[in-house]
Design a protein around this ligand. Structure first.
Ligand code: NAD
Length: 421
């Protein structure tokens, strides 16, 4: 299966490489190190059979890619989606390398994915798919080598199946092989909310910097899953007004504000936010252009391009999703003075608390949620200020600054280790 890319929907791996080039130019990186960082270190493609409920056999294709291991074991989520492609997973693995480096946690970057529409599978079929995919990628994953986590359409149950499958092969329980697990098998308090909470901390810093009052701000969120729904809830707890949200079936808008908890239970019951009483229905395209102070893309890549970026009304864009803004849109936002809080900073709370979970599993010693949130806040605020300082120094946008910080750290680690043999 191949994915078609166009001017509007650009190849995410090409975007990722372009972003790396920009940072490498600022850093004056020598060509050898550039070449190392440009290429994923390991790529595994697997095709595997799953017996469906009706007895038939389907074959699925999946990937696990480790982009870079210079700063520690590889870390990154697993995505189930019909549009997953090799280039998408390459881009996502590279973004994971930079994300771990921005927040300075000792991991390299990885990502995995299976080409599947999970909504068409029963729970039993999904379990079998997950267990077989885990077995196929067990060549690469392990607590010291590569530690998966949830991403689009995977969750703590998926992680439990991965952990159990890996442990069955080993003959003993290896909780640290994945993060984002349920609490009763080595999960960490606060991990489920971590991506959203990290995003909330970054938004709080950005609104302070821009002299905006978060409690008087309006917010639109695209994507109402783990990242999007929880960040909407947390910001409404900060008294912000959530005026629009969406999922894969469309969006809803109420300029007076949505009751986020009520929208969450509506989605739980009906499988979508569309149809929520008292709100106008809007398309996902129109949602991005609604009047608001803060726009949070929390769905998929390639949502903001050079065209719709001209019509975005928000003052701050916080990327809970990975890769929602293409480089043409970045240029437009910079010229228009719109602050983009880049994915590798804004959604790094998830991997940061995944790191905490991994540390807790390795030590079999668990923290309270308050300890987790406190440590997360310290890391997010410090990282925001590290990126801001570089943005001011080089007079660049926050994305370029985050890349300069991250690529610089990974390049230094690579040079310190040297090239083997
Ligand atoms: P999820 O599966 O929990 O939720 C995804 C949401 O996006 C769903 O509500 C889905 O209906 C919606 N969606 C899908 N296609 C859409 C479209 N075209 N328009 C609008 N909405 C659409 O996934 P998630 O874990 O919340 O991940 C969302 C994004 O956040 C991804 O880019 C992911 O890589 C990123 N992210 C997630 C985590 C995490 O810890 N879960 C961490 C960092 C980054």
């Amino acid at each position: 299966m191949t994915t078609e890319y166009s001017a509007k929907v650009q190849n995410p791996y090409e975007i990722a490489k372009k972003q790396l080039e920009i940072a490498a130019d600022y850093l004056g990186l020598e060509s050898g190190i550039r070449k190392v960082l440009m290429h994923p270190a390991r790529e595994l493609t697997v095709s595997f059979p799953v017996q469906m409920d009706d007895g038939s056999i389907e074959v699925y294709t999946g990937f696990r890619i480790q982009h870079n291991l210079a700063r520690g074991p590889a870390k990154g989520g697993i995505r189930y989606h019909s549009q997953v492609s090799l280039d998408e997973v390459r881009a996502l693995s590279m973004w994971m390398t930079w994300k771990c480096a921005v927040v300075n946690i000792p991991f390299g970057g990885a990502k995995g994915g299976v080409i599947v529409d999970p909504k068409k599978l029963s729970k039993r079929e999904l379990e079998h798919l997950t267990r077989r995919y885990t077995t196929e990628i067990s060549l690469l994953i392990g607590p010291e080598t590569d530690i998966p986590a949830p991403d689009v359409n995977t969750n703590s149950q998926t992680m439990a199946w991965i952990m159990d499958t890996y442990s069955m092969h080993k003959g003993y329980s290896v909780t640290a092989v994945v993060t984002g697990k349920p609490l009763n098998i080595g999960g960490a308090e606060g991990r489920n909310e971590a991506t959203a909470r990290g995003c909330q901390y970054i938004i709080r810093e950005a609104t302070k910097l821009k002299g905006m009052d978060l409690a008087k701000s309006t917010v639109v969120v695209q994507g109402f899953g783990n990242a999007g729904a929880i960040v909407a809830r947390l910001l409404s707890e900060d008294s912000a007004t959530i005026v629009g949200v969406s999922d894969s079936q469309g969006g809803i808008y109420n300029p007076k504000g949505l009751d986020v908890r009520a929208v969450m239970s509506f989605k739980g019951e009906h499988g979508t936010v569309v149809g929520f009483p008292g709100a106008q229905v809007v398309s996902n395209e129109a949602l991005l252009e609604l009047p608001c102070d803060i726009l949070i893309p929390a769905a998929l890549e390639n949502q903001l391009n050079g065209d719709n970026a001209k019509r975005v009304k928000a003052k701050i864009i916080a990327e809970a999703a990975n890769g929602p803004t293409n480089p043409d849109a970045d240029k437009v936002f910079f010229e228009r003075g719109i602050m983009v809080l880049p994915d590798i900073l804004a959604n790094a709370g998830g991997v940061t608390v995944s790191y905490f979970e991994w540390v807790q599993d390795l030590q079999s010693f668990f923290w309270t949620e308050a300890e987790t949130n406190n440590r997360l806040q310290q890391i997010m605020v410090r990282s925001f200020n590290d990126v801001l300082r570089l943005a001011e120094l080089h007079k660049v946008d926050m994305r370029t600054a985050a890349y300069i910080l991250a690529v610089g750290r990974v390049a230094e680690a690579t040079k310190t280790r040297g090239i083997y043999p």
